[in-house]
Structures are given as C-alpha cells and as structure tokens.
Design a protein around this ligand. Structure first.
Ligand SMILES: Nc1ncnc2c1ncn2[C@@H]1O[C@H](COP(=O)(O)OP(=O)(O)OP(=O)(O)O)[C@@H](O)[C@H]1O
Length: 335
C-alpha cells in the first residue's frame, strides 16, 4: 500500500538568536503515515505549545524539519520540483483557525474563489469556473446565492470558515490540514463545520489532519488520534480507544478535563430534555426521542452527547430536520 504522507523521525528545533540562543524543541522524533488508498481523519491533539502548529507548518512546507524527512507520495517535500511540486501545492491544502484573517476584505467571495482556479489553471472557461465554485459551495453546505457577490465582512464566521473549506475543496485536495478550524466559530456552528469535514473525507476522498486542543471535537470526527505534549507523542491510536481508555497520564489529564453534563440538573423552569425522554442512560443523546438524525449519529458514536452539552446544542440547532418542538434550546440548555 503506497503512502500519501509520511513523517520519518521528524524533529523541529527553534533557536532564538546567535547570542544566548535558547533552543526550543517544538517537535520531537515524530513518525506517522497516511495511506493513499484509505482517506482518513487523524486528529493531532495537545495543549497550547505542544507543537501542533509547528507540525502544520512543516506539513505545508512553510518550515523545514531540523531532523528527519517528510514525504508526500514517497518524495521528500523539500526536494520536489516541477510537476511534483505543483501537485503537492495543489493537493495539500489548509484551513486555519481564524476565518476572518484569511480573506482580503477588499475582494468579494467570487474573486477569492476564482483566484485558486486561475492559479492552478483548473478551468477552461468562465462557465466551468462557475460550475466548480457552485459545486464546492454546495458541498460545504452553502447556497451560492447566499454568499456570492458579498464581501467577507458581510458573512458570518461560520459561513467564512465554510468558504475557506470550499476554497480548499476547489483544488481537489488529497490532504487537508485543518488547524483549529472551529475554535473561533460559534458553538452552534461547530458540529456543522465538523460534519462538512467528515463529508470531504467520506465523499471526496480527502484525508484530513485535524489539529485541535479539544478532545470532544476530536472524538466527534476522527478515526485516530496522536496526543502531543511538549513536542513529543504521548499516545497514539484509535480515537475511541485513546479517549475511553487513555494509557498515558497526560492523556488521562486531557480526558479528565472534558466537561461532562449532569443530566439530572435543571435550569430555570425547564427540566433538561433527557429527563423527559426517560434518558437515564448517561450515553444517550438528550434529544434522541425527538431527533431522528441525531439517532443515526448516536448509533455511530453514542457518547457524543455525553461529552459536551454544547455539542448537543450545535447538533440540535444545525439539524433543521429535527422536530424538537417550539422550545428554544437556550431555554433548555444554558449557554
Ligand atoms: N518561530 C518560533 N521561534 C521560536 N519558538 C517557537 C516558534 N514557533 C513556535 N515556537 C515554540 O515552539 C513550541 C511549539 O509551538 P506551537 O505553536 O507549534 O504550539 P501549538 O501546540 O500550536 O500551540 P497553540 O495551541 O498555542 O497554537 C512552543 O514552545 C513555542 O513557543
């Protein structure tokens, strides 16, 4: 089986200057492989300063490893030239934390989406360009008529972030580096954007390296996880296994810091729905009795709704098909 991406013993050491240089080991002997034939979502999790962004910068070729090598389709990304380099530039895309910072405020969304198509000569006509843009916007759950013709400041943070994902998707990437893509997005839109990423992996065969400090979202979308601490890999493996039975004390600490809702607790005059649904099972979604779509998701990952009530909130708010009655969620779950 051929590899899409391979890190071989990669370390990155930053030095601050010539005098009194204090080296920082931002990444330490990291190795991992993503297979070309098995698009997957891999989470890289860790607290602030653990080396996550350094890893993203290395993978995108913005900085070079101090030791070790990074191979894309079997070739060291440092020595890529010509067609190979162009393919790597096109096929490895990124979505960053801040959906505000990426856009030039003077250009409309149309321009922002047309530029990459032009740069990589992906279309032969204006009509084809438009078709591609419409397809990409639709794939990320946006209606073209809602966003085209607008400036970035006329869009919500969630819309902007999805346009970032659409822009990456236009280039038909094989690998997406998503560095904290939902940390600056409203809680109600997080599940929506994470679901979009999952769709890219499932329907478009894009592998995703999802970088986060938030294990709840990692659990939501990833199949496997690498836990970083001070540049070193503490634990790695199947996401269910690592989060449910963490072996390393640092991972245990991260898992212990996940907020767990108390399903018996009442807020204001309204009892939480889990009560109404007879949901004494702590792993059950509080909205399960009235939300068919959530039930589907629950079958895949039952404890999702146990992890973070905001996740449940996001799911409810996002899911227009869910018939949960007229109650506003904010009446049921405090924000
Ligand atoms: N350009 C740089 N020069 C020197 N040290 C750096 C540089 N960039 C990062 N570091 C250091 O490397 C370590 C890892 O930083 P990095 O930004 O990769 O962590 P992170 O996990 O992404 O953190 P955060 O979640 O806060 O963004 C930190 O100790 C940081 O101070």
């Amino acid at each position: 089986m051929s590899s899409l991406l391979e890190l071989r013993n990669v370390s990155k050491v930053y030095t601050k200057g010539l005098i009194n240089a204090q080296p920082t080991v931002a990444l330490r002997q990291m190795s991992l492989t993503l297979n070309e034939d098995e698009p997957t979502i891999l989470t890289v999790a860790g607290e602030s300063g653990s080396g996550k962004t350094t890893l993203a910068m290395l993978l995108l070729g913005f900085i070079d490893p101090t030791v070790g090598e990074i191979l894309y389709k079997g070739k060291n990304i440092k020595s890529l030239t010509g067609e190979d380099r162009l393919a790597y530039r096109r096929e490895v895309q990124a979505v960053f934390q801040d959906p505000f910072a990426v856009f030039n405020p003077f250009y409309k969304v149309d321009h922002l989406l047309t530029v990459p198509i032009r740069q990589f000569k992906l279309s032969k006509s204006k009509a084809e360009t438009q078709d591609r843009i419409h397809e990409a916007l639709t794939a990320v759950g946006l209606r073209p008529e809602d966003v085209l013709g607008r400036f970035p400041h006329q869009l919500s943070g969630g819309q902007r972030q999805r346009i970032n994902v659409a822009r990456a998707l236009l280039l038909r990437p094989r690998l997406l580096i998503a560095d904290e893509p939902v940390s600056m997005v409203d809680a109600s839109l997080r599940a929506n954007i994470l679901e979009t990423l999952r769709k890219l992996q499932r329907d478009y065969g894009v592998s995703i390296i999802y970088i986060t400090h938030d294990l709840t979202t990692a659990f939501h979308i990833a199949r496997s996880i690498v836990v970083l601490y001070r540049g070193g890999v503490m634990e790695a493996g199947d996401v269910d296994r690592v989060i449910k039975t963490p072996q390393h004390p640092y991972t245990q600490l991260l898992v212990d810091s996940i907020p767990w809702p108390n399903l018996d607790q009442q807020w204001g005059e309204h009892p939480i729905i889990a009560r109404e649904a007879g949901g004494s099972d702590p792993g059950a979604c509080p909205f399960m009795s009235r939300c068919p779509k959530a039930m589907d998701i629950c079958k895949v990952r039952p404890p999702l709704y146990q992890l973070d009530r905001h996740q449940a909130a996001a799911c409810y708010l996002h899911d227009k098909q869910a018939e949960v009655g007229d109650e506003r969620l904010s009446d049921l779950l405090p924000v």
